[in-house]
Design a protein around this ligand. Sequence first.
Ligand SMILES: NC(=O)c1ccc[n+]([C@@H]2O[C@H](COP(=O)([O-])OP(=O)(O)OC[C@H]3O[C@@H](n4cnc5c(N)ncnc54)[C@H](O)[C@@H]3O)[C@@H](O)[C@H]2O)c1
Length: 268
Amino acid sequence: MDVRDAVVVVTGAGSGIGAALARRFAAEGAAAVVVSDRDGTAAHVVAEPIGATPDTTDVTDPAAVADLVARTESAHGRVDLFCSNAGIATGVGIEAGDEAGDEGGDKAWRLAYDVHVMAHVYAARAVLPGMLARGHGYLLNTVSAAGLLIAPGDAPYSATKHAAIGLAQWLSVEYGDRGIGVSVLCPQGVSTPLLMDPLAADHPSARAVAAAGAIITPEQVADAVVSGLAAETFLILPHPEVATYWSQLAADPDRWLAGVRRMVAATT
Ligand SMILES: NC(=O)c1ccc[n+]([C@@H]2O[C@H](COP(=O)([O-])OP(=O)(O)OC[C@H]3O[C@@H](n4cnc5c(N)ncnc54)[C@H](O)[C@@H]3O)[C@@H](O)[C@H]2O)c1
């Protein structure tokens, strides 16, 4: 798809990759860009200089996501491209936290599932009726290379990003022949607060990402997205070597997992 003249919504667009996508879509001549984030101030700061519409929505709230789509359709007539991009790192394993102040236990798992899986469901549920009625539309779901491979040091991230790939494959099979494009954006390390804050704090999961490959800029990710949308490929890989890793994993999982264990041991 060509983003020129498109009506685009980007979630998690108050920072990092989402902000770079919103800026790039505006520069490419999108008809309208909605910069949505749970942090309304951040959304405003990104939207204002590019003439976009700021929006405050928590993507884990299905009614709020439905409202975001309804507001956009009412203001701009349609949504051509919905970028479900918001995401979080948890940096925890399988340990259970205490329910009171649980940062590292089940709450992290539930929140990761809500943000990385259910948010894509809520977006598709809200936006597909209009797209199907018009006969065209595009879902771009930001996942991660961790959805194809693994994020050492972050079990909820690994599991929920894998689930997001499965959901997107399902969406593509179900709706791909009815005018709906589906792509998953799967970068490795990108220089945004999600990675750079834990890297500055020397967190093992961030160290593993840094050891696994180049850390690229959100603007480089936006370049890959514009090309991937033009080509309408399911996989958008700003780090192209991820395709090789993925095929190596599929060909010989035991060898590949042993290699990751060696890499993690060397970085911790
Ligand atoms: N940075 C990386 O290395 C990297 C690599 C692969 C994939 N990703 C993915 O890219 C996406 C964007 O991450 P980023 O790196 O730009 O991080 P970021 O922290 O810079 O931006 C994420 C944005 O999402 C927003 N957000 C979080 N939870 C939300 C919610 N419930 N509702 C609405 N907004 C919410 C935050 O407020 C923030 O503005 C995420 O899905 C992330 O998993 C990032």
